[in-house]
Design a protein around this ligand. Structure first.
Ligand code: IPM
Ligand code: MG
Length: 367
C-alpha cells in the first residue's frame, strides 16, 4: 500500500512524541511491505512564531493533500494566563478540525492490565473498563457565536447544534456500538438546555434505525459521576463538543494516565490522530515524555484511515508487551518500578520497535 502521511509535531512534547510515532509507522511499512511517504507541517505556537498564523495556509494545503495526519499537541504557557493575546495556538487546532470537517472525535478509554495500579481509582472498579467516546468536534460553544457587549462586562458563547451535525455523529456511534457491546449512552443536559433537547430528540430518532443497539440517555452531571462510580457500565458514549472535552479528560483517569490515551478525529475526508494529552511544557525538552499515546495514535491511523488491521494490532500488541516487560516512562511508573525500567522517550520508542520486530518474526501476526 502506498500512502502519504503528514506529521504535525506542534508544540511542547509534540515533537518528541511524534518522532517515535513516525518511527513506528516506518517500521510497519518496512516489515509489512508498504510505502509510506512523510512530510511535516507547522501548527500552533511554533507556526505563530514562524509565520504569524496558528494554522498557515501552507499547512492546510499539505493536510488537504495527504492520506492521514499524525499530530502532536498545541499550546504554550505564554498564552495561558494572558487572554489579551488574540492569536493563540489552540486556534490552529480548532481551525484544522473545522476546515477538514473532522466532526467525530473517537477517544477509546482502554485500560492496559499492566497499568491497573496506575489508575487513581480503585482497581476493582476500573478493571475491565473499555469505553469508546464519540465526541462531536465541529459544533457547540466551540464554534457558536461569541463576543463581548460594548461595556466589556458581558461575554457570551452560544451553544448551538444543527440536526445534521447530530445525525452524522450519532450514526457513527451506533455503527461502532454494533461491533462492540451494542450499547450507546448519549450524554446531554436536556433538563436545562434547548440544544441538548434537540440532541436527545435526534439521537432517539437515529437510534430507531439501530434496534439491535441499546440506547440510554444520561445528563452530563450524572454521567460524570457514573464514569467514576461504575465505568464498566459504559460501552459507547456519544456526546457534544464541550461535554466530550470534559468527560474524556475525566475518563482518562480510568486508564491510569491521560498520558496513555490516543484519539482519532474523522469526518468525510482525511483522518487526524493525536494523543489526548496536551503540550505538557513542564516536560518539554527533557526527553522524558511518554511516546506510547503517539504510538497508539499511529495504530489508530493504520486501522481507521488505511484499514490495516493486522498492522494496527501488531503495534498495540507491541505496546502491551513493552508494558508487560515492566518498561515505564516516569508518568506511568510507580514506587515499585525498578529504576532500570524507567525509560526516556526515545528508549521507550525503541522498545516498542523491538517488540514489533519480534512479533513479526515470530509470525504471531502475519501481514
Ligand atoms: C482537546 C483539547 C482542545 C479542546 C484544546 C487544546 C483547544 O482540550 O483536544 O481536548 O478543547 O478541544
Ligand atoms: Mg480537552
Amino acid at each position: 500500500m502506498k500512502r502519504k502521511i503528514t506529521i504535525l509535531p506542534g508544540d511542547g512534547i509534540g515533537k518528541e512524541v511524534t518522532t517515535e510515532g513516525k518511527k513506528v509507522l516506518e517500521k510497519i511499512a518496512e516489515l509489512f511491505g508498504h510505502q509510506f511517504e512523510f512530510d511535516e507541517g507547522l501548527i500552533g505556537h511554533e507556526a505563530i512564531e514562524a509565520t504569524g498564523f496558528p494554522l498557515p495556509d501552507e499547512t492546510l494545503r499539505q493536510l488537504k493533500n495527504c492520506d492521514a495526519i499524525l499530530f502532536g499537541a498545541v499550546g504554550h504557557p505564554k498564552y495561558d494566563n494572558d487572554p489579551t493575546l488574540k492569536v493563540r495556538p489552540e486556534q490552529g487546532l480548532l481551525k484544522m478540525r473545522k476546515e477538514l470537517g473532522l466532526y467525530a472525535n473517537l477517544r477509546p478509554i482502554k485500560l492496559f492490565d499492566e497499568l491497573l495500579e496506575a489508575s487513581s481509582i480503585k482497581s476493582e472498579i476500573v478493571k475491565g473498563s473499555d469505553i469508546l467516546f464519540f465526541r462531536e468536534l465541529t459544533g457547540d460553544v466551540y464554534f457558536g457565536e461569541k463576543g463581548r457587549k460594548a461595556d466589556g462586562n458581558t461575554a457570551y458563547d452560544v451553544m448551538i447544534y444543527q440536526r445534521y451535525e447530530i445525525e452524522r455523529i450519532a450514526h457513527k456511534a451506533f455503527q461502532a456500538a454494533r461491533a462492540r457491546r451494542k450499547k450507546v449512552t448519549s450524554v446531554d443536559k436536556a433538563n436545562v438546555l434547548e440544544s441538548s433537547r434537540l440532541w436527545r430528540e435526534v439521537v432517539q430518532e437515529i437510534g430507531k434505525q439501530y434496534p439491535d443497539v441499546q440506547l440510554e440517555h444520561q445528563f452530563v452531571d450524572s454521567a460524570a459521576m457514573k464514569l467514576i462510580q461504575n465505568p464498566r457500565s459504559f460501552d459507547v458514549v456519544l456526546t457534544g463538543n464541550l461535554f466530550g472535552d470534559i468527560l474524556t479528560d475525566e475518563a482518562s483517569q480510568i486508564a491510569g494516565s491521560m498520558g496513555m490515551l490516543a484519539s482519532a478525529s474523522v469526518g468525510d475526508t482525511v483522518g487526524l490522530y493525536e494523543p489526548i494529552h496536551g503540550s505538557a511544557h513542564d516536560m518539554t525538552g527533557k526527553g522524558i515524555a511518554n511516546p506510547l499515546p503517539s504510538i497508539l495514535s499511529a495504530a489508530l491511523l493504520l486501522d481507521i484511515s488505511f484499514g490495516l488491521k493486522k498492522e494496527s494490532e501488531t503495534v498495540i500488541k507491541a505496546v502491551e508487551q513493552t508494558l508487560k516487560q515492566g518498561y515505564r516512562t516516569t508518568d506511568i511508573a510507580d514506587s515499585k518500578t525498578p529504576k532500570a525500567k524507567i525509560l526516556n522517550t526515545r528508549d521507550m520508542g525503541q522498545q516498542v520497535l523491538k517488540q514489533i520486530g519480534s512479533l513479526k518474526k515470530e509470525g504471531m501476526l502475519v501481514g
